[in-house]
Design a protein around this ligand. Structure first.
Ligand code: GLC
Length: 736
């Protein structure tokens, strides 16, 4: 049974398979693709061997000027093809959340998926596969054959400006979901990336920050997320990151690219650089196969300079053949040459919008619901809608992943003063008004709006209304981190004032990641809607009025305070200019991120180890119904948990199975999960296959688990756990 079908029929099943490349595990034979690649390389003339090894960013005004070929499409990347050999040009677009808008430069639009954190909150691989298939179809219909998707970096720091582009803090959840997204994208016969490899945990000084982490801890956390994502999704390309690891730039890291990715994991695809992430030609020897956006680097290293190296040195010539073979393997595995993507393809916009809406609905997390404040009654007479530009739309994240619908943003707030990034990043809201959707659900209610910049006025409206719904936003962008986890622009004071005026206050959060909630005790309900995408307004109203029963569960911990984090202050945030490129003014050798503090205990694992209680734990989420869980039944690596819907309405539950102890040592590791939809009173069973790597330590190239009692517990989140069951395990050690 292929991985894709396995995911569909059982909650979560991990199949230990060598990483390979395929558009659809059912239809593509990697060996055949690689064989074709070897044959094509053998037919290449010397001057043809440095054509597909580098490419430009075809974006007018995007950095240093380059000649843009006529057959390029405005977007992220263009790589010339080799017509004589039938090798297609590569036309690359961003990103994980849909086909990016490039500030309207291409004068078209796309369907915006909700943020990756929203997607992850669904804990639903099949749904995320659908989302990937949808955005991949739009990329293909626009003529792109590479989608720079698959952002999977672990949320080591919730202040990371790209938190909204990544799934979670856990390697299993992130890897499974990234793999599903990649499968969906590549089902369109286009290549997906997985990115940014690896340990890209902050945007502050992103090209200079040097990550320190022990190899074992990296293998058990960030690298494991990539390893699982590659096994499950089989991406044609891995995009290496900007940051440094152990002193080397990630795109120049022999350890990560050659030793881990290609030798330990046997990866057959190609490593493309991030844009402007290649320090020198030596990166080719250290495992980089393709220079992207070459005009952003200090030089075009992978063109004639590489040809000269190969002509003069057989080791370079051999390496150059390998680079071409890897790129061609990815092209053939995805079927780019046999299924050429052409602009002008048809797009079923309505169907795609519904995919985005489904994802948003399943990603919404109900964090608090006191006295049955939610769902709202359709018969409500007066509803105050306050803040969050809720009359116009829903917030989205900025940077290279920015997608925009038809007509561009409903609201666009410029945030960068000058330079090429000034137009590139702005605080933009999708044209999907929560207020309009609320009105549609309560046609007889008086629904009035206040933007919230006049707090007293907003509070007075709340006082006159039956219920007040306050929308609070936290904007995030690539290139910048948020300085802390407070809601910006004095929104906390706005919420306090509204709640004081009307105790029946509901807060809807549109955030990139976790935020603090000093007003939590004063409001009746809190809903986390994240960046909910093209139909976010409809999804939010559907949950608020109970048409959708919320089933989201947090994919990352919400801290109570920044002091709970392994690094209470982001290194460099006190002196690095918060500019897009993150270029520290005080010398690049001073910026470090010490991930050895927490090691592989990222997120909820850190809270369990440090004994601190967050505001809301990983995996947390309420419903309009209730569920009970049976005792986990574990036989070998097979696990199952019975679930019953004990409430009066249909709903979906996310069952989480945690390792809580290993040979007498306390542990907290998610080892399996599954989402199940149940009618009132119905029961079901979630089955999982536990990947032994999640029980193991990694050391000197091997996984090992000690003999002893292993205890497992079912969780509604990482804190509320059932009585553990103990399983005896024998000692075991193995290589990947
Ligand atoms: C960016 C991002 C990367 C994106 C690339 C092309 O700076 O880091 O995620 O795919 O450039 O736009």
């Amino acid at each position: 049974m292929t991985i894709a079908r396995l995911l569909a029929c059982s909650a979560v099943s991990l199949v230990l398979a060598a990483p390979a490349l395929a558009t659809d595990p059912d239809t593509v034979d990697l060996a055949a693709a690689e064989k074709r690649a070897v044959e094509t390389v053998a037919r290449m003339k010397p001057e043809e061997k440095t054509i597909i090894t580098h490419g430009i960013m075809p974006l007018p005004g995007g950095g240093p000027k380059v000649d843009i070929p006529a057959d390029a499409i405005i977007g992220a990347g263009y790589v010339q093809g080799i017509e004589r050999l039938g090798v297609p040009a590569l036309r690359e677009t961003d990103a994980s959340l849909g086909v990016t808008w490039v500030m309207g430069a291409r004068n078209d639009w796309a369907t915006a998926l909700p943020s990756a954190t929203s997607q992850a909150a669904s804990w639903n691989p099949a749904l995320i596969r659908r989302g990937g298939a949808m955005i991949g179809a739009e990329a293909r219909a626009k003529g792109f054959n590479v989608l720079l998707a698959g952002g999977v970096n672990l949320a080591r720091d919730p202040r990371n400006g790209r938190t909204f582009e990544y799934f979670s803090e856990d390697p299993l959840l992130s890897g499974i979901l990234a793999g599903a997204a990649i499968q969906g994208v590549q089902s369109n016969h286009i290549i997906s990336t997985i990115k940014h490899f690896a340990l890209n945990g902050q945007e502050t000084g992103r090209k200079y920050v040097d990550v320190k982490i022990a190899s074992g801890a990296a293998h058990e956390s960030d690298l494991l997320a990539f390893q699982i994502g590659i096994e499950q999704g089989q991406p044609g390309s891995v995009m290496c990151a900007y940051n440094r690891v152990h002193g080397a730039q990630a795109c120049d890291s022999d350890w990560m690219l050659n030793k881990v990715l290609k030798q330990e994991w046997g990866y057959k695809g190609f490593v493309m650089s991030d844009w402007g992430a290649v320090p020198s030609i030596q990166a080719a020897i250290h495992g980089l196969d393709h220079q992207s956006g070459e005009q952003l680097d200090p030089g075009v290293f992978f063109g004639s300079q590489l040809a000269d190296k190969a002509a003069a040195d057989t080791a370079w010539a051999t390496r150059l053949n390998d680079m071409n073979r890897r790129i061609l393997t990815a092209i053939y595995a995805a079927g780019l040459d046999k299924n050429p993507a052409q602009p002008g393809g048809t797009i079923d916009w309505d169907a795609h919008a519904l995919v985005a809406e489904d994802v948003a609905k399943q990603g919404i997390v109900l964090l608090k619901n006191e006295d049955g404040a939610l769902p709202l009654a359709m018969t409500a007479k007066s509803i105050a809608v306050i803040g969050g530009y809720a009359d116009g739309g829903v917030l989205s994240g900025a940077g290279s992943s920015q997608v925009m619908g038809k007509g561009g943003p409903a609201v666009k707030l410029p945030v960068a003063g000058s330079g090429i990034w000034a137009g590139f990043i702005s605080e933009s809201y999708h044209r999907s008004s929560p207020m309009a959707a609320i009105k549609a659900h309560a046609p007889n209610a008086i629904v009035l709006y206040r933007q919230g910049q006049y707090i007293k006025d907003a509070a007075e409206l709340a006082a006159r209304s039956e219920v007040a719904v306050v929308f609070a936003t936290q904007w995030m962008t690539e290139g910048l981190d948020v300085p802390d986890l407070s809601l910006p622009r004095g929104q906390d004071s706005l919420i306090e004032a509204v709640a004081a005026a009307n105790p029946n206050t509901i807060v809807v959060l549109e955030t990139g990641g976790p935020v603090k909630m000093p007003w939590l005790g004063k409001v009746k309900a809190v809903v986390e809607a994240w960046y909910p995408g093209a139909r976010g307004g409809q999804a939010i109203a559907s949950v608020l009025f109970g048409e959708t029963n919320p089933s989201g569960h947090l994919p990352l911990t919400f801290p109570a305070e920044e002091s709970q984090l392994p690094r209470p202050r982001l290194d460099g945030s006190d002196w690095v200019e918060p500019d897009f490129g993150g270029n520290p003014k005080n010398g690049k050798d001073k910026l470090h991120a010490d991930y050895d503090i927490e090691g592989s205990d990222v997120g909820y694992r850190w809270y369990a180890r440090s004994g601190t209680k967050p505001l809301f734990p990983f995996g947390y989420g309420l419903s309009y119904t209730t569920f009970t869980h049976g005792t986990p039944v574990i036989t070998g690596t097979a696990a199952s948990v019975a679930v019953t819907n004990t409430g009066r309405r249909a709903g979906a539950d996310v069952v989480q199975l945690y390792l809580t102890g290993r040979a007498g040592e306390p542990k907290r590791r998610l080892v399996g999960f599954g989402r199940v939809e149940l009618a009132p009173g119905a029961s079901g069973t979630v089955t999982m296959t536990v990947d032994p790597r999640l029980l193991a330590d990694w050391k000197d190239g091997r996984w090992s688990i000690p003999a002893g009692d292993y205890t497992f517990a079912v969780g509604s989140d990482a804190e509320r756990l059932s009585t553990p069951v103990a399983i005896k395990m024998n000692a075991r050690s193995w290589k990947d």
